[in-house]
Design a protein around this ligand. Structure first.
Ligand code: AMP
Ligand code: MG
Length: 346
C-alpha cells in the first residue's frame, strides 16, 4: 500500500502512509475473526484521518472500525503537542523556553528534553538539540534554502552545545541566551508514543500512526498477524522499498538525507547537521531506520545513529536490548544490527 516522503503524500482511499515507510495490509486473511458475517465485515472496516501538523502530514488509520472519533482525537492531540514542542510557533512552550531561558516546564517537555539530553551524552554530542539557529539559517523548509555564509555559521556555532541546557526538577535553564533548543529530531517519536497510548487506552486494538515518517503500529493487523512495513528506497518513489520489516506494537522510524535537502553547486545539503562544523554529516550514509518499542527512542536513535555513522551507530544499537537498526550506505548496501533479520525479516 501507499506511502510518501515527508514533504509529499498520497490521498488515495488506500492506507496513506507519509514519509519513508510503506505499510502492507494486502493478503490479510482475517482468519482469526472470520466467524460471523458481522465480525468479518467489522474486521475489514478501516478509517483514515490525515492532517497537516508537526510540520508534516500526519495520518492515523484505525482498523476494525469505520468510526473516525479516535483518529480525530489523535489529530487533536498532534495539535496540542505542537503547542508544546514547536520551535517556531510563538504560542508554544518550547518557544517560551527559548525566549525566557529558564522556566518551569510541563511533564511532556521535561520528558523529551531529559531523553534528548541522554542521547546527546550517549553520542558524545553528535546528537545535539541546540542546532536550532543553524537549521534556520539553511532554511530547509523554506522556498529558497541555501548554505549560510561561513562567518554566520561560525557565529552561530559558538552557541551550539547541549551542555548549555540544565535540568533541575521541572526547571529547565539554558545558560546561553543565544542557544536555541530544537527538538525536531525526537518530538515526533514522543508524540507517536502518546497517540499509541491514547488509542490503546480507548480500546483500539489495531491502528497505524504515521507522523511524517515516524510510524507506530498499534497492536497487530486485524487477523492477528504482524504489519509489513516497507522502508523506502532512498531517492526513489515511495512505492519502491529497499527492505520490509514485520512488526506489531512497534515503532519504525527513518532518518534519511533525501528527506529535507537541497542542492547547491552540485552538492546535496541535508538536514542532519554536524554540531562541530555546522555542515550536514557527510559520512557515506543515506538513511538509518530504527525499530523499537518506544518511538521516542526510535526517533532519537535514527538521528543519533545517522550522526554517529555506520560503525558508531551499529555499535550503539548492538549495545541496546530490543532495538534494531538498518543502515543504508551510499552504495545502496544494507547493514543490519545484530538480530535484525531474525527478528524482523522472517
Ligand atoms: P530526524 O528527521 O528525526 O532525523 O531529525 C532531523 C531534525 O533534527 C532536523 O531537521 C533538525 O531539526 C534536527 N537536527 C539536525 N541535526 C541534528 C543533530 N546533529 N542532532 C539533533 N538534532 C538535529
Ligand atoms: Mg529522529
Amino acid at each position: 500500500m501507499a506511502t510518501k516522503t515527508k514533504n509529499c503524500w498520497k490521498t488515495a482511499e488506500k492506507l496513506t502512509i507519509c514519509a519513508v515507510l510503506v505499510i502492507y495490509l494486502t493478503g490479510c486473511s482475517f482468519a482469526g475473526i472470520s466467524g460471523s458475517q458481522s465480525a468479518s465485515s467489522d474486521a475489514e472496516k478501516k478509517v483514515t484521518k490525515s492532517d497537516f501538523a508537526l510540520d508534516t502530514v500526519v495520518s492515523v488509520t484505525l482498523y476494525g472500525t469505520d468510526d473516525p472519533t479516535l483518529a480525530e482525537g489523535c489529530l487533536d492531540l498532534c495539535h496540542k503537542y505542537e503547542l508544546v514542542f514547536s520551535r517556531t510557533d510563538s504560542e508554544s512552550e518550547l518557544y517560551a523556553l527559548n525566549e525566557q531561558n529558564s522556566m518551569t516546564v510541563s511533564d511532556d517537555l521535561l520528558s523529551v528534553i531529559t531523553t534528548a539530553l541522554h542521547y546527546c551524552e550517549v553520542s558524545n554530542g553528535a546528537f545535539d538539540i541546540t542546532l536550532g539557529e543553524i537549521s534556520d539559517m539553511y532554511g530547509f523548509t523554506s522556498d529558497s534554502p541555501s548554505v549560510p555564509p561561513q562567518d554566520k555559521l561560525d557565529a552561530a556555532l559558538a552557541h551550539v552545545g547541549y551542555q548549555h541546557i540544565h535540568v533541575d526538577g521541572h526547571t529547565v535553564t539554558i545558560d546561553d541566551p543565544e542557544t536555541v533548543v530544537d527538538l525536531g529530531a525526537i518530538a515526533k517519536g514522543y508524540i507517536a508514543d502518546r497517540l499509541a497510548d491514547y488509542l490503546k487506552e480507548n480500546g483500539q486494538q489495531s491502528a497505524v500512526i504515521d507522523l511524517g515518517g515516524n510510524v507506530y503500529c498499534v497492536g497487530t493487523k486485524p487477523d492477528g498477524s504482524d504489519y509489513n512495513v516497507g522502508i523506502q528506497y532512498p531517492f526513489e518513489d515511495t512505492s519502491k522499498t529497499i527492505t520490509t520489516v514485520h512488526v506489531s506494537n512497534m515503532s519504525v522510524v527513518t532518518s534519511g538525507i533525501y528527506e529535507r535537502s537541497f542542492e547547491q553547486d552540485g552538492v546535496l545539503y541535508h538536514h542532519i547537521l554536524n554540531p562541530q562544523t555546522g555542515y550536514p554529516y557527510d559520512n557515506g550514509l543515506l538513511a538509518v531506520s530504527i525499530v523499537s518499542e518506544k518511538s521516542v527512542d526510535g526517533d532519537a536513535l535514527s538521528t543519533t545513529c545517522f550522526a554517529l555513522g555506520l560503525d558508531g551507530g551499529l555499535a550503539l544499537i548492538n549495545s541496546l536490548d530490543g532495538i534494531y537498526a538498518v543502515f543504508v550506505t551510499d552504495d545502496y548496501q544494507l547493514h543490519y544490527s545484530d538480530g535484525f533479520q531474525a527478528a524482523l525479516e522472517q
